[in-house]
Design a protein around this ligand. Structure first.
Ligand code: GZL
Length: 306
């Protein structure tokens, strides 16, 4: 767009268009689609950005290769939603050596905080605690056999949602009989739930804790195919609060959902602009999460943005 010559106080990117390489995880879930839309809207040309977008199809090697591509391209800044926590030290060091700032959005990494300028994300452990506290309150006083549909193995949300939930149900009569990854996808949740039903029998499972709505929706299909009623015969607790999950909650097929807000684009764009302009940028920025039972979902669904 037209440049206001007096604008800004210098900083990267030559003119006033900031070229940003964005390494997204892929398109594994409804949450991811909402997050991608939020990022593309915030990093628009009208807002002064040129967004170079890559979706890595949940493949960590492809995502790291995409980041290397951004470094070789010489972008002004790199944004990453890292599929998994580990394995980032080398490529983040290469970005630092190239003088390209990195901002993490959504998930985070185990590498040193010195290797990225900021992380705009969510408190996954707190999401797990909220889910576990509700499970403990509702089901903790009677023998409850629980299976867990884990998110992508090695991802921050999968690790932290398990940690938070397990801590919250400590000392209750909720017994985790199995826990496997469904990779945050609907198909993954369905096939893992089919396996649980095969192994334990649909009458020997009381509760499903799904690390995201997409896997919970897959589990619902498997439970119904086995002739049981989700939300009644087998209770379901999930995380995200995307539209389809909230609809299932309203329909009584899911019993409780903890929100995980995907609308991070504006915060990430502000952080990128701040870093490029040499401003101080808050290193860790959490976005607030709500939680919904059926009544709260009925009230909230009409106004939900995703
Ligand atoms: C959490 C995000 C997770 C969502 C899933 O912030 O990384 O990845 O919970 C998504 O739906 O696939």
């Amino acid at each position: 767009g037209s440049s206001d010559a007096a604008s800004g106080d210098g900083g990267g990117g030559g003119g006033d268009t900031i070229v940003v390489g964005f390494a997204q995880t892929g398109s594994e879930s409804g949450w991811r689609s909402a997050n991608t839309e939020s990022m593309k809207t915030a990093f628009s040309e009208d807002n002064g950005f040129e967004l170079v977008f890559n979706a890595a199809d949940n493949d960590t090697a492809a995502q790291i290769a995409a980041v290397r591509g951004f470094i070789n391209q010489g972008v002004d800044a790199i944004v990453i939603a890292p599929i998994v926590e580990d394995g980032w030290d080398d490529v983040l060091t290469e970005a630092a050596d190239a003088g390209i700032p990195v901002i993490l959005e959504d998930r985070t990494v185990s590498a040193s905080e010195d290797l990225y300028a900021a992380w705009i994300g969510l408190d996954f452990e707190e999401e797990g605690v909220k889910a576990g506290e509700w499970a403990a309150e509702m089901y903790g006083d009677e023998e409850t056999k629980m299976v867990v549909l884990e998110g992508t193995t090695g991802s921050a949300p999968a690790n932290d949602r398990a940690t938070g939930f397990d801590a919250a149900i400590e000392g209750t009569m909720i017994e985790k009989i199995d826990s496997q990854t469904g990779d945050f996808t609907r198909d993954g949740g369905k096939s893992v739930m089919e396996g649980f039903i095969q192994n334990y029998g649909v009458d020997n499972i009381d509760l499903v804790y799904a690390h995201n709505d997409d896997m919970a929706l897959g589990a619902i299909e498997a439970i119904e195919a086995a002739g049981a009623v989700p939300g009644e015969d087998i209770k379901i607790i999930s995380i995200d609060a995307v539209h389809d999950g909230m609809q299932a909650l309203v329909d009584g097929k899911i019993n409780y959902i903890v929100e995980c807000n995907p609308l991070l684009g504006d915060l990430v764009a502000a952080a990128v602009t701040g870093v490029i302009n040499g401003d101080d940028v808050e290193a860790v920025q959490y976005v607030e999460d709500l939680a919904f039972d059926q009544a709260a979902a009925e009230a909230a669904l009409p106004d939900r943005k995703y």
